[in-house]
Design a protein around this ligand. Structure first.
Ligand code: SF4
Length: 189
């Protein structure tokens, strides 16, 4: 989907996107980006390290063969930041949460100079029945981003996913691999 494409969606305020995990995962199970951590930490008046220690957990990602950062969950599967049905970091919430049910993706390719060119796209996502989402309203992608305080082009997100793409595809050296995770995760934990 492009920015002016439309999709149907309506939120029923059930909050299940912040707590549901009937299939073993929930929105709060999503990977946090480095930008998510620094943005949420600043919103809550914490250093990134303090935020990570209080609200995040390190989870081994078999695909990356590295530990990555996710939000903590309560025993009932709800996100640690969900309080009385509301997100305690709503204005700074992870981009994955802000875009829900949309998903932003990038197709990267290296040009002849080794620079990465990114083609950005959006997918409508697929809320599960337990989410209780409706389809009563129609939005453009652009309108949905504006409504949810997400940038049209998210430079922080693009940089993050370019780094992951370079890691996945081996488009950077081993030293760079370590640097990515040392800078973005390890020193925070
Ligand atoms: S960070 Fe906020 S919006 Fe995202 S899952 Fe947690 S409570 Fe919900």
């Amino acid at each position: 989907m492009d920015l002016d494409d439309t999709f149907a969606f309506s939120c029923k305020l059930c909050g299940n996107c912040c707590r549901w995990e009937a299939d073993g995962r929930s929105v709060s199970d999503n990977l946090l980006t480095g930008a998510d951590v620094t943005r949420m930490a600043a919103h809550l008046g914490l250093t990134p390290g303090a935020f990570a220690r209080r609200y995040a957990r390190a989870v081994f990602d078999p695909a990356l063969t590295k530990k990555v950062m996710k939000l903590r969950k309560r025993p009932d599967g709800s996100c640690i930041l969900l309080h009385e049905g509301r997100c305690a970091a709503y204005p700074a919430r992870p981009r994955t949460c802000a875009l829900f049910p949309l998903v932003r993706g990038y197709r990267f390719a290296l040009d002849e100079n080794g620079a990465a060119a990114a083609a950005e796209y959006f997918s409508p996502g697929s809320p599960a029945p337990a989410h209780k989402c409706g389809v009563d309203a129609v939005f453009t992608v652009r309108g949905w981003l504006a409504k949810n305080g997400a940038p049209v082009h998210d430079e922080e997100d693009r940089i993050w996913f370019e780094r992951l793409w370079r890691y996945y595809t081996g488009a950077c050296g081993a030293h760079h691999h370590e640097q990515i995770f040392n800078n973005l995760y390890v020193f925070l934990l």
